[in-house]
Design a protein around this ligand. Structure first.
Ligand SMILES: [Zn+2]
Length: 309
């Protein structure tokens, strides 16, 4: 029987989190057992364990799957592995060696100035294969762009898509390879084309509420991407603001002097400034970014503090 289009099958629970943590998708299945897709940011680790524990009602968490290894998608892995030591953790291929040897620079945590406690990986999610979640086969698709290693998961019968940061209701995640000077806007476009071909009826994004109008979201995402392609500077400025706001979400409030010290110690800020805003004094650029956050209602100044809103 087909489900009402706005309903999720009962074996799927979506924990919609704030922006600091990605959404988490919990699966229960009589045959396939329990599994969690993406685990949030580390500072919310205790909350993530509590949410999962309460929803599983005494059953253990058996599997963790990560769509990609950004700190807001796998930052809860360590806490969950501690709570359920037998849990099997699968990540996209391409970074398994970096996780085994734990390279926080190559795994993006040092360049973004974000934290992620070391975790164990036990297997990979190979694009072109299927994984059983909630007793249904889900297709694993490569979805490069936002992150070169990201995967998305698609269930063809109900046409459910776990889109990670490749597609949100209003946009998509920062195109991180571009910050390192690698061309990745074309990969973003290809991934949007892939999602269009999959024609999902329900999209569970990495952030924000689930949505049904994928064509509208795709159109908005393509418009946004076109703007970035026309003017890459716009993307860099957007990325800098996102990274700043993200850290402010973690800190809640920070002295401008401490913010300056953090940005100077955070490689992405140095390279973004050097590559695109080198003609501008670093402090003036940073002040301008903070001012943009204030103007858009994302923060406010309180004396020499910048406060999250
Ligand atoms: Zn991400």
């Amino acid at each position: 029987m087909a489900l009402h289009p706005s309903a999720l099958p009962p074996e799927i629970t979506v924990f919609e989190r704030g922006w600091l943590s990605s959404n988490n998708v919990l699966f229960t299945g009589a045959r396939s057992g329990t599994a969690l897709v993406d685990t949030g940011y580390c500072t919310h680790g205790g909350q993530t364990v509590a949410l999962v524990r309460s929803a599983l009602d005494g059953r253990p968490l058996e599997r963790i799957l990560n769509t990609h290894l950004h700190s807001d998608h796998c930052g809860g892995n360590a806490a969950l592995q501690e709570a359920w030591p037998g849990v099997h953790t699968a990540i996209p291929p391409g970074q398994a060696a970096l996780v085994r040897d734990w390279d926080p620079y190559a795994l993006s945590y040092t360049p973004t100035g974000q934290d992620c406690p070391r975790f164990r990986c036990d297997g990979v999610l190979q694009p072109g294969t299927e994984v059983l979640l909630g007793d249904r086969p889900w297709q694993v698709h490569a979805a490069p762009g936002h992150d070169p290693h990201s995967i998305i998961l698609f269930e063809p019968q109900e046409r459910l898509l776990i889109s990670a940061d490749a597609l949100w209701e209003n946009g998509f995640g920062v195109v991180f390879p571009e910050l390192d000077g690698e061309d990745a806007f074309a990969a973003v476009a290809d991934t949007l084309d892939l999602i269009e071909r999959l024609a999902p009826r329900t999209v569970i994004p990495g952030h924000g509420p689930l949505f049904h109008d994928a064509p509208r979201a795709l159109e908005a995402a393509r418009r946004r991407l076109d703007g970035f392609v026309q003017n890459p500077l716009k993307h860099t400025q957007y990325a800098a603001k996102v990274l700043l706001k993200y850290k402010l979400l973690e800190w809640q409030r920070i002295r401008m002097a401490d913010l300056r010290a953090w940005t100077l110690a955070t490689p992405h800020f140095r390279t973004m400034h050097q590559r695109h805003f080198g003609g501008q004094d670093f402090d003036a650029w940073l002040q301008g970014l903070a001012q943009d956050l204030v103007r858009s209602g994302a923060a406010r100044h309180e004396g020499d503090w910048l406060v999250n809103l």
